[in-house]
Design a protein around this ligand. Sequence first.
Ligand SMILES: [Zn+2]
Ligand SMILES: [Zn+2]
Length: 268
Amino acid sequence: MRTGYYDCHLHSQMSFDSHLTMNRIAEIAYDLDFSGITYTDHVDFDYPGLGDKVFDIEEYYKNLKRVQEKFAGKLEILGGVEIGMQPHLADRNWAFVEKMKPDFIIGSVHSCQRCDIYDGSFTAGKNQLQAYTAYLEEILTNIKAHTYFHVLGHLDMILRVADYPCRSFEASECKLLVQDILWELISTGRGIEVNSSGWRYGLNGPHPSFKIIKRYHDMGGTIITCGSDAHRTYSVGEDLKEAYQLVKEAGFKEMSLFVGGKEEKIVL
Ligand SMILES: [Zn+2]
Ligand SMILES: [Zn+2]
């Protein structure tokens, strides 16, 4: 039976936007007394303005094997991926994960309507409701088309990166779309991740918000993972314990861990 803390969203040097070695991440997690970690390096095909941001699978596994051997019996180390979803990429992404066969797959949305969400090009010219509903509608389209992933990454990320006054999906149009997204995930045997980076960037909570985590639980959702989304040394495992606490408060008795593509449970 697994217990303790597992950080299941971590970016190593295999991600285009991180310089952390897999070894350094493992050292930090071990020092924090965690039970395990899962690397989830970026795979983003056709990223707006950047093109394909993808790592070499062979090199990934070479690095992973080395660190798994070094920490054997001390820290459980798994190899995953965070794959960027866009409606036209379902086949390409599927072919990649089919070839890689990672332990764990986070499906994330980093762009919308073929525009980057982070640099403001997606929200330009849209009011708050237009941007939030378009974002949630595209997530729904994506999760219907991209059937291979295990958990949806940072569901309400746009609340942090867009510059609108309301940082919640409490408007009724948004609430209904979030509910549709959660139903689609639950009915197809997939889950959500709780991403503790929200705290790091001043959101006063994780992605998604406690309200959404609780709603997912109350609708019957059982598949849930936690991760810090670290790209720097100081962020590895940051606020992970707080995220675990919120998951418990939402009513969950177990956390999910993916090993060889299969869900296992961590007792909370
Ligand atoms: Zn992400
Ligand atoms: Zn990430």
